[in-house]
Write a protein that binds this ligand. Structure first.
Ligand SMILES: Nc1ncnc2c1ncn2[C@@H]1O[C@H](COP(=O)(O)OP(=O)(O)OP(=O)(O)O)[C@@H](O)[C@H]1O
Length: 265
């Protein structure tokens, strides 16, 4: 469904005083995502995960390489095709509060993509917003609430409802559960798993949290300083991987004494 082919990227010099040359943020990244899969992209801060996410979403053109989505080259497409991709590729960010307009109600936030892409009557729009609220576990009366009247976990559900409103094919989840407490994290991860089954969605799950990634992903890649240093589907090989960046991630969740070690997932 999605192929990233030999993608490299630099942001260029930040200002004219910076003569150091543009350091690559991504170097020769290739990955493939199958339909319906959940691909975990792990790595420490600054590894380049969000940059790769933006390139996959079509909002940051890579300096080199290609992104293919459903057999077509994302950055060599007509305006019409790009508009279709805007529907098919959605994103949920970490900071649920800054991802929404504080002056809009939940109904307005969730209804926004439907108003932009569909021509529903007001009654039909209302009905669809009601279904979406229910699907993400919110109550009908929540539609009248403003962002500040929700908890972080509830507002992230509003963001997820907006992301699934157009029945996309791929959702980039960029640290989407990272700012939530453990209880809300578990609830949102379980909601995401249910929605994936219901809609046949694919996720690119960007995170630094190996535990969250192993809970829902069927494939995991680890990035370090702009390169992919590990790709695999099975937890054991991730734990056994000798690359220092992978070991660092794994050790962040493993106690020193083997008898105290919990099994991932
Ligand atoms: N718009 C930008 N302009 C210039 N440099 C940028 C820009 N966005 C990111 N960078 C730089 O690119 C590098 C990778 O950043 P990116 O946000 O992709 O990493 P990340 O792995 O997602 O990190 P984090 O987990 O902290 O979000 C960093 O050094 C960052 O400073």
């Amino acid at each position: 469904m999605l192929q990233v082919r030999e993608v490299s990227h630099s942001y260029g010099n930040r200002n004219w005083l910076d003569r150091s040359g543009s350091r690559p943020v991504l170097e020769n990244i290739s990955l493939t995502m199958d339909k319906g899969s959940c691909y975990g992209l792990l790595g420490t801060s600054g590894a380049g995960k969000s940059t790769l996410g933006k390139i996959i979403l079509g909002i940051e053109k890579p300096s080199k390489g290609e992104v293919w989505f459903e057999g077509k080259n994302l950055y060599h497409s007509s305006r019409k095709l790009l508009k279709e991709w805007r529907r098919d590729l959605q994103v949920v960010f970490q900071d649920c509060y800054s991802a929404v307009n504080p002056l809009m109600t939940a109904a307005q936030i969730i209804g926004e993509p439907l108003r932009n892409f569909e021509r529903y009557s007001p009654k039909e729009l209302q009905r669809r917003i009601g279904i979406l609220l229910e699907q993400v576990g919110l109550r009908p009366e929540d539609e009248r609430k403003y962002p500040h009247q929700f908890s972080g976990g509830q507002l992230q559900r509003v963001n997820i409802a907006r992301a699934i409103a157009l029945k996309p094919k791929l959702i980039v989840l960029d640290e989407s559960v990272s700012s939530l407490d453990m209880v809300h994290q578990t609830q949102i991860l379980s909601l995401l798993a249910d929605l994936r089954t219901h809609y046949g969605l694919s996720y690119l799950f960007i995170t630094h949290d190996i535990r969250a990634a192993t809970a829902i992903c069927d494939h995991i890649a680890v990035m370090d300083q702009g390169s992919l240093v590990y790709q695999g589907g099975d937890r054991e090989s991730l734990i056994q991987c000798a690359h220092p960046a992978v070991k660092q991630l794994v050790s962040s969740i493993l106690p020193e004494h083997p008898s105290e070690r919990i099994v991932l997932n």
